[in-house]
Design a protein around this ligand. Structure first.
Ligand code: IMP
Length: 423
């Protein structure tokens, strides 16, 4: 069976966790392929909210296996906290959770390095979640990293010490005031490593290959969004992994010709957390209302998300880079009550009208050009059927489908599993 992908098409926080949870009953395996605890995937069901960072969003379903793929970076301390929460909720994860031996480990000093690097950048800071993601991927590409499989070797602690010492020298080099007690951080880290070691480590590319061969259904769950991709995002204000479709190939070992459906998730408007350009950002009451009604605060850091109108130039670009076959529009309910809705269809770029995403979308180069559509008043949150959607929302959907040339198959009208309308 081909592997289906589920990807965020904006700057993250599109609602991937909810949709994976909704779709999990169709899949035997849910696999994360990049990112790490910088992600916060929120699931709401039976009146309870659950936030996952590294563990795939299929974990609440008994039937699915959940794989943390080779492209993911794991912080054992945060991972242990996630496991503790699952235990509190009586989720039996031991049989269903699998970890790739080739996934890299986030060390306590990676987190410290992240903080030192951001502090040193001053005003130019990325707005990182400070989870150590960048430094860990740097060690991966620099061929210095420690992988999950190393924990099965007798000399891994020597490797750890050498790397941690090097990191401490690098932190000194930054010459910023970062206070830390490494002994305490290490005690917590080594305790969490023991918990990690009690889980099942696998050669995940072989596992995925055999699963595909035997007809198992697999969903690859993306983290962050396409505009945070290290290559195709708004560099340098991006994360350190490939969040786009290609990342699923390298982060799981899936051959490109084995990709099936590519589900692209977007919010009915746009949000961004952290620094970086955002052409359709609103600084007025409308943006404030979106943030308040949409409860736009980061699931990992609690930071307020910046809000703005839907940017079709950026969305088209994301659909293109990922080969999206089906769209899912999230948080349509948040737009209820706006008299009119704006959608950015082109940019004024250095005096010219363009419809593609240019190299630089900083505000001094780009001004959005909008089309305006009629809003709707109805509360959507109790709706559970396509036929109940107000005419203006259907017009909004039709407009987007025409522009993007891809069908919108799901409209989400609230955070709960049940608040999902299939079209
Ligand atoms: P890092 O990946 O923690 O280094 O953060 C780099 C940039 O990506 C920052 O602007 C973060 O706010 C953003 N970012 C990272 N992970 C997420 C996410 O899961 N959702 C939204 N933004 C994210």
């Amino acid at each position: 069976m081909a592997v289906d992908l589920l990807l965020g098409l904006q700057w993250g926080d599109e609602g991937k966790g909810k949709i994976v949870d909704v779709l999990t009953s169709n899949y035997n395996i849910i696999a994360r392929f990049q990112g790490g605890p910088n992600a916060g995937h929120t699931l709401v069901f039976n009146g309870m909210k659950h936030v996952l960072h590294t563990i795939p969003s299929g974990i609440f379903h008994d039937s699915a296996k959940n794989l943390v793929g080779n492209g993911v970076v794991i912080d054992p301390v945060i991972f242990k906290k996630e496991l503790d929460k699952l235990e509190e909720q009586n989720v039996d994860y031991r049989k269903s959770l699998l970890i790739s031996r080739k996934a890299h480990l986030i060390l306590p000093t990676h987190r410290l390095l992240d903080a030192a690097s951001e502090t040193a950048k001053g005003k130019a800071k990325i707005g990182s979640t400070l989870k150590g993601i960048g430094p860990t991927y740097m060690d991966k590409t620099g061929r210095n990293g420690i992988r999950v499989g190393d924990l099965e070797l007798s000399d891994w602690k020597e490797k750890y010490r050498a790397l941690a010492n090097k990191h401490e020298a690098m932190i000194d080099f930054y010459d910023v005031n970062i206070q830390y007690q490494l002994k305490e951080l290490e005690a917590e880290f080594f305790e969490a490593i023991e918990v990690l070691k009690s889980l099942t480590f696998i050669d995940s590319e072989e596992y995925i290959y055999q699963a595909q061969k035997s007809g198992k259904t697999i969903l690859a769950e993306g983290a962050q969004g396409s505009l945070l991709d290290i290559d195709f995002g708004t560099y340098p204000f991006v994360t350190s992994s490939n969040t786009t479709a290609a990342g699923a190939c390298t982060g799981l070992g899936v051959a490109p010709n084995q990709i099936g459906e590519v589900f692209g998730i977007f919010k009915a408007y746009t949000t961004r957390v952290g620094s970086g350009p955002f052409p359709t950002e609103l600084f007025d009451e409308v943006g404030e209302t979106m943030g308040r009604v949409g409860n736009e605060f980061g699931a990992t850091t609690g930071r307020r998300r910046r809000c703005g109108w839907l940017d079709l130039v950026a969305l088209k670009y994301a659909c293109q880079v990922n080969g999206v076959t089906q769209l899912m529009m999230m948080k349509a309910d948040v737009l209820s009550g706006f008299k009119s809705l704006k959608v950015c269809t082109a940019y004024n770029y250095k005096g010219k009208t363009i419809t593609h995403l240019p190299y630089n979308i900083e505000a001094e180069n780009v001004t959005p050009i909008y089309s305006e559509l009629k809003g709707w008043k109805e509360d959507l949150t109790e709706m559970d059927n396509d036929s109940q959607l107000p005419k203006e929302l259907n017009d909004y959907i039709d407009y987007l489908e025409k522009e993007l040339e891809i069908p919108i198959k799901i409209v989400s009208v609230g955070p709960d599993r049940k608040q999902t309308i299939f079209r």
